[in-house]
Design a protein around this ligand. Sequence first.
Ligand SMILES: [Zn+2]
Length: 122
Amino acid sequence: MMNFLWDLGQEGRIRGAEKQAARAENKTIDLASGAGSVQRRLDVMTLANQALFEILRDRLGISEEEVLYRMAEIDARDGKKDGKIAPRVVSCRRCGRKVSTARQHCMYCAEVVVEGHLYEKS
Ligand SMILES: [Zn+2]
């Protein structure tokens, strides 16, 4: 009787572990799929950026050094040279309250937040 109960308990634990492993496998598949999608979008944006740079270089004579210099300047605007654009907190032009540059409008008075970068607006 003791062995039967012990076996029953073990089977339950094994089934629980199998279900947990299946959930982990599904989650891994979902994450891999999402990473693939992000990589494809990054590849397209990289290609588009290269095309835009070459058009600017060919039509306006803008050099790669000028682009790299501007990238470094923009990167440093948030106080950190980390290769990223981070939102900043600024004062609203109308109500003076603190708002994030990631916002398109002040959350208190709906004034347009003009500071910040084009691609960080939500
Ligand atoms: Zn405001």
